[in-house]
Every structure is written in structure tokens, then in C-alpha cells.
Write a protein that binds this ligand. Structure first.
Ligand code: SAH
Ligand code: SF4
Length: 396
């Protein structure tokens, strides 16, 4: 196998799919699904039951049409098919890294007929005993973290709940993970979900919350909230609400131990400085030693990687149930930083390890297909990276 095994490549603009006026059901929560069925004309006393049957077909069996839902009469299946759409997002390309990482470039439905929709990326990372799916929450991002490739792309739009859930459906299809595909439900390939793809999930809160409600429902995709981690650059006013209304695990993109450096790396820090951010973490609903907050720290040569930084990091997190994830910086074309030397990372990790934090360095995965953290960027709105970085720096 070559280092880049492209399963199918379709980079020339594909014709947009025929506009589909049917209502999309994927991504509706159970009450929303029951309401859609009521509007469609299902008698009120049957809505919950029908919603349960359809839910099972979509999320337990992975069906993309009503045909296979034989608990519904043939006549009803035909009518539902005319009103509702269960189809998948369109796959533009699928790439496989030498290390088994897989990346899908997906096209969202366009706003107008004939105009192709924007693109997003989803990444699957298989590891010993677990498999993590890295999901996007927005096309582009409003924030301009200076080390992040997505930050060079302006926000195009928020993903709908269906588009967030849809990424998991695509990955399950590709991995053959639906029960009808013969897999034992204990033997799962996607065991964890991280909202660490494109976008800031807390700037698309309602859709992320609804999507995670669907994903964690025990009669469907059935991924426990403890196996779902939402990563934020630090939108302080939304952190409490995340714990209260979603209840997933939290990761914070910290990346620096003082406001001066963090202002440059994560410009949102100027609005919500480190002290306020850590205060929100201390108060995160459900936080405990068994449910720690992950602090992500990207290793940037000569910027945030000194031993003093490492010691300050440990001091800063002292009274918070925390895990620390050191992320070697993943370069992208035109990126203004370099990854710290391996030796520096090891010394930094030693300080962190001695303070009681285990295995903190996250090995970069899928670098050959630009699938590693912060390398994701769709081609929808191409803006020259250098231009955006200059803008971001001026703002910082
Ligand atoms: N917007 C959210 C989630 C998406 S980014 C956030 O910022 O947390 C997911 C993680 O990748 C974040 O910790 C982010 O800081 C990190 N990241 C971004 N660019 C990176 C790069 N080039 N190398 C390594 N990590 C990067
Ligand atoms: Fe947006 Fe996160 Fe990238 Fe910052 S690191 S630009 S918040 S996606």
C-alpha cells in the first residue's frame, strides 16, 4: 500500500444531488420525530410507538429507506417514503492513512437546487481496544486560533443536528458496524466520539446538544455520554450549560499558561481569560476524579514548551480533576509555527508525569492524509492561509 491510499477521489465539483423537498429525519430527537409523524397525520396515540419503530430502523439497523422497516405496513412505508428522507450525506472522498486512520470529506446539502453544499471532514482513529470518531460541528470557524488550519477558514455555517449525527452514520456504514452487517454489538469499532473536528461546538450549542441526545440514546447508536468528549476553545458562558444539558466529557484547548501567550494562540482568551476559564472548569457539573476534564496543550517550539511552562501548567491545574493531553503540533501549509523537538516534549511530559498525570502525549495520527488535529479544512471557502494568519495576528 502506498502511504496514501485514496479509496475514491472525486475532487472535481460533483453535480449537486437533486433537491429533495422531503423532511430529513436523521438528527431529530425522539420528541421531534414523534411531532413530525403527528404533523404527517399519524394518529396521536400511535406517534410514540411509530417513532420507536422508525428510530430502531434508522439508528439501530442503519436503514436508509423505510423499505426494510417491516414492522410498518407496506402502505405506510410507501407514504413515509414520499414525505421523509433518510439518505446519507454525500461522500466526496474517503482516504485511508498507513496507520489505519480514515478521513471522509462529506458534502452537505446545498441551500439552493443545483448549488453544491459546503464540505466537512470526519476522521476515524482506530487504536488498541478502542476507536475514536472525530466529528465536526461547523463548516469553518469564527475563531482564529493562530496554530489551527480550520481557523484559516471563515465560518460558512453551523451544522444541523442531522449533519452531526450523519457523520457517525457514514462512518458506521464504511466500517460495516450495523448489526445487520453481522457484527456483534459488544465488539464495537466506534467506541468514542470527540467533537474535535472543524468548528467550535459551543457556538452551535443547540444542534450539538440535540445530536448528542440522539447519539447517546440507548436504543440506537447507544454511545454513553462518558464516551463523548466535547472540546472547546473556552467559551466560558456555555460551559455550565454544557454540563447541565449535555452531560458529556469536557476538553479544554488550553495551550498556554499565561494570558499573554494564550491571547496570541487562542484569541478568544481576550474575552474569557484563563482565570475565568479555570473557574468554569472547577464548577463543571459532574466533574470528579472519575470524570476529569481533559486539558489539551499543543506543543509549539519556543512558544509554550519551556520547563517553566510545564511547571506552571501543573500548578494551574492543581485543584481541578484534570487529564493533560500534550499534542505535538501538526503543521499545515503556511502554518506559522513548528512542532517542539521530541526531546523538549519528553522533558515537558516528565514534569507533567511526575505531577501524577499519566501518558499525556497524543501521538499524531493520519498526518499523511492531513487528518490530524487542526489540519482539517474543507475546500469550500478557500482563503489564503497567510492572509488569515496575518489578520489573526493583527487581532491578537
Ligand atoms: N474548536 C474546538 C474543537 C476543535 S479543535 C477547540 O478548539 O477545542 C480540536 C483540537 O485540536 C483543539 O485542542 C485544538 O486546539 C487542536 N488543534 C488545532 N490545530 C492544531 C494543530 N495544528 N496541531 C495540533 N492540534 C491542533
Ligand atoms: Fe476554531 Fe478550535 Fe481551530 Fe480555534 S482550534 S480556530 S476554536 S476549530
Amino acid at each position: 500500500m502506498t502511504s496514501l491510499d485514496i479509496a475514491h477521489e472525486n475532487r472535481t465539483p460533483a453535480p449537486a444531488r437533486k433537491a429533495d423537498a422531503r423532511t430529513r429525519l436523521v438528527g431529530l430527537t425522539r420528541p421531534q420525530l414523534a411531532a413530525a409523524l403527528k404533523d404527517f397525520g399519524i394518529p396521536e396515540n400511535q406517534c410514540r410507538m411509530r417513532a420507536g419503530q422508525i428510530w430502531n430502523g434508522i439508528y439501530h439497523r442503519g436503514l436508509t429507506s423505510f423499505e426494510g422497516m417491516t414492522t410498518l405496513s407496506k402502505e405506510l412505508r410507501g407514504k413515509l417514503n414520499e414525505a421523509f428522507d433518510l439518505s446519507r450525506l454525500e461522500i466526496v472522498t474517503e482516504q485511508k492513512s498507513v496507520d489505519g486512520t480514515r478521513k471522509w470529506l462529506l458534502r452537505l446539502p446545498g441551500e439552493k437546487p443545483g448549488v453544491p453544499g459546503p464540505e466537512i471532514e470526519t476522521v476515524y482513529i482506530p487504536e488498541e481496544g478502542r476507536g475514536t470518531l472525530c466529528v465536526s460541528s461547523q463548516v469553518g470557524c469564527t475563531l482564529t486560533c493562530s496554530f489551527c488550519h480550520t481557523g484559516t477558514q471563515k465560518l460558512v455555517r453551523n451544522l444541523t443536528a442531522g449533519e452531526i449525527v450523519g457523520q457517525i452514520m457514514i462512518a458506521r456504514d464504511a466500517l460495516g458496524e450495523w448489526p445487520d452487517g453481522g457484527r456483534n454489538s459488544e465488539d464495537r469499532l466506534i467506541t468514542n466520539i470527540v467533537l474535535m473536528g472543524m468548528g467550535e461546538p459551543l457556538y452551535n450549542f443547540d444542534n450539538v446538544r440535540d445530536a448528542l441526545e440522539v447519539v447517546s440514546d440507548g436504543e440506537g447508536l447507544s454511545l454513553s455520554k462518558r464516551r463523548i468528549t466535547l472540546s472547546t476553545s473556552g467559551v466560558v458562558p456555555m460551559i455550565e450549560k454544557t454540563g447541565a444539558e449535555i452531560g458529556c466529557m469536557l476538553a479544554i484547548s488550553l495551550h498556554a499558561v499565561n494570558d499573554e501567550t494564550r491571547n496570541k494562540l487562542v484569541p478568544l482568551n481576550k474575552k474569557y481569560p484563563i482565570k475565568e476559564l479555570l473557574e468554569a472548569c472547577r464548577n463543571y457539573p459532574g466533574v470528579s476524579n472519575a470524570r476529569r476534564i481533559t486539558f489539551e496543550y499543543v506543543m509549539l517550539k519556543g512558544v509554550n514548551d519551556s520547563l517553566e511552562d510545564a511547571k506552571a501548567l501543573v500548578r494551574l491545574l492543581k485543584h481541578i480533576p484534570a487529564k493533560i493531553n500534550l499534542i505535538p503540533f501538526n503543521p499545515w501549509p503556511g502554518s506559522p509555527y513548528e512542532c517542539s523537538d521530541w526531546e523538549t516534549i519528553e522533558k515537558f511530559a516528565d514534569v507533567v508525569n511526575r505531577a501524577g498525570y499519566a501518558s499525556p502525549v497524543r501521538t499524531p495520527r493520519g498526518r499523511d492524509i492531513m487528518a490530524a488535529c487542526g489540519q482539517l479544512k474543507s475546500e469550500t471557502v478557500k482563503q489564503r492561509a497567510s492572509e488569515r494568519i496575518r489578520e489573526a495576528r493583527t487581532e491578537a
